[in-house]
Design a binder for this molecule. Structure first.
Ligand code: PEP
Ligand code: MG
Length: 551
């Protein structure tokens, strides 16, 4: 029996083959080839395969996401056969006598640069389409599977860690579990795993090596164990746990439709965290009562160029409308630090977590900010949208954000575009500075939502991405809990409400403390809603003062 121990970050037991994530290498060298016709034939085959894949995607989109995305994929499919594009690849092959991959990459880059230099904004935006199509043709040439997983059956996906943009490409239906050699509980792969209800372990270290590719294993996302060649007793233990898991799911299903209310009658808003519009299905399946955090940056991470106002509007509108009048809190772009988006060309920083990230990027780039705010306000006409700003440290930042909102509302009004003038505005409390100025911040906004992942990181001076800080990264630290209480008191004093949207919100061992602090809303991954509801319904909500807070 082989046991590899890591840290469980998303509960659940699964059994399946280990599959090591292959990171595509687009650093393609030029090689001289003898058989040019063979290279040309490879290009034709890759183009045909890409075009067929894109038509399948277009059909799928037409059923699931609507006409706009479907047409986009059809346009991409047609571009695979575009005369000028095909000719550019052929010319490169003829002139350079080079490998197919190099010719496609070079021709694609030239085309993308040509579009990017055009005056017309619509044509400029086509540069991203060219890059997308070229990448697909390259993947097919290089044998890189669509969706990142070249397997018929679902697998346990193994990697060092996955960048948020990589997780977006993955075909989630093929993933039984995540087994990461690095990563951390607050990293975005772990967050994604919890959102999707996929068991996950991080910090498995060098013992999880590629020579294990294809081997059957059990993965326990609670205890952090990956086991190969289990003995009979271990097999039985896993089987019992899987049976218990099934029963627990059935029990939790009984919680659907019940109110999130404590034994003494206090109502708590139990909302969900999502990363993209498709996650709404999981929210509905788990009976979440709203969206407490829509991480809008995932829309930007999925693109190779700035997403247009229309594209963003469609995504926000989809979520707002699907939630049927329930609150949908959309956080404005929060990139930087671990979420890097190439086309923003962010400068390399020594300490990116403390650099130009989140709201700082928006305030430094008014056009990017304005585009997102326009899309958000337009979506507010289709549901109960609230706008939330991340990583706030100062009152002036909030005032500037509000001024940007006012400007956008005035524009939309002048253009006769409908929007909700009463759209709530909130901020994330995730820096120590925001705790100290919470009374002033509370005057400016409708609500606070505490990002405990970052608040813990900044309060304890502990990198949330590092998995070797162990006991030093302690989200239960009295400093974090007292900070929460100070923010809650400041909000309530001004008649505002406060929620938690960091991962700590789902920590049932702290529920009593959150109730004592006076937290009004908990936003958790969809899979955590029903266990949280169950716990709330068994609790008494006794609030206390800061001095009396047990921590
Ligand atoms: C947080 O910091 O707790 C949070 C919810 O935001 P993110 O994890 O996206 O930084
Ligand atoms: Mg954060």
């Amino acid at each position: 029996m082989v046991l590899i121990q890591g840290k469980g970050v998303s509960k659940g037991v699964v059994r399946g083959p280990l599959y090591f994530f292959q990171r595509p290498n687009y650093d393609i060298p030029k090689t001289k080839v003898a058989d040019l016709d063979a290279e040309k034939a490879r290009v034709v085959e890759a183009r045909e395969k890409s075009s067929a894949q894109l038509y399948v995607l277009a059909d799928k989109c037409r059923e699931e996401a609507g006409e706009e995305s479907a047409v986009l994929f059809e346009t991409h499919a047609m571009f695979c056969d575009d005369d000028d594009y095909v000719e550019a690849i052929e010319t490169m092959l003829n002139d350079e006598s080079c490998n197919a991959e190099y010719a496609v990459k070079e021709a694609g880059e030239q085309f993308a640069a040509m579009f990017a230099a055009m005056d017309d904004a619509y044509m400029r935006a086509r540069s991203a389409d060219v890059k997308d199509v070229t990448q697909r043709i390259l993947n097919n040439l290089m044998g890189i599977a669509e969706g990142g997983i070249d397997s018929e059956e679902p697998v346990i996906l193994c990697a060092d860690d996955l960048a948020p943009s990589e997780t977006l490409q993955l075909d989630k239906s093929k993933i039984l579990g995540f087994a990461l050699t690095a990563g951390s509980s607050n990293g975005h792969t772990a967050i994604l795993a919890r959102t999707m209800g996929i068991p996950a372990i991080c910090g498995l270290g060098a013992e999880l090596k590629e020579t294990l590719q294809g081997r059957m294993a059990y993965l326990d996302g609670e205890t952090g164990k990956v086991v190969l060649d289990p003995d009979n007793l271990t097999i039985q233990t896993f089987k019992d746990k899987m049976e218990k898991q099934k029963k627990f799911k059935e029990l939790m299903a009984e919680m659907k439709g019940k109110e999130d209310v404590t034994l003494d009658g206090r109502h708590i808003n139990v909302y969900c965290n999502i990363g993209n519009p498709d996650d709404v299905t999981a929210v509905k399946n788990n009976d979440g009562q709203g969206i407490g955090l829509f991480r809008s940056e995932f829309l930007y991470l999925a693109e190779t160029d700035y997403p247009s106002e229309e594209k963003q509007f469609q995504a926000y509108k989809k979520v707002a409308a699907a939630m049927d009048g329930k609150r949908v809190i959309i956080r404005t772009l929060d990139i930087g630090a671990d979420k890097q988006v190439e086309y923003f060309h962010l400068k390399k920083e020594e300490n990116p977590a403390m650099g130009v990230r989140a709201i700082r990027i928006c305030l430094n780039n008014p056009d990017v900010f304005r585009t997102q705010l326009r899309a958000l306000y337009r979506a507010s006409a289709y549901g109960k949208v609230a706008i939330m700003f991340p990583m706030i440290t100062s009152v002036w930042e909030v005032k500037e954000c509000k001024r940007a909102c006012e400007k956008v509302m005035a524009e939309l009004k002048a253009e006769g575009i409908p929007f909700n003038e009463e759209t709530e505005i909130g901020i994330m409390i995730e820096t120590p500075a925001s705790i100290f100025v919470a009374p002033e911040l509370a005057e400016e906004v409708d609500f606070f939502s505490v990002g405990t992942n970052d608040l813990t990181q900044y309060t304890l001076a502990c990198d949330r991405q590092a998995n070797d800080l162990g006991k030093f990264f302690d989200a239960h630290h009295p400093a974090v809990l007292r900070a929460l209480k100070m923010a809650a008191d400041a909000a309530h004093e001004k008649g505002k409400w406060i929620g938690i949207c960091g991962e700590l919100g789902a920590d049932l061992s702290l529920l009593e403390t959150f109730l004592a602090i006076g937290i009004d809303e908990l936003s958790v991954s969809p899979s955590a809603v029903l266990p949280l509801r169950d716990a709330i319904r068994k609790s008494i909500a006794k609030t206390c003062t800061l001095d009396a807070l047990k921590c």
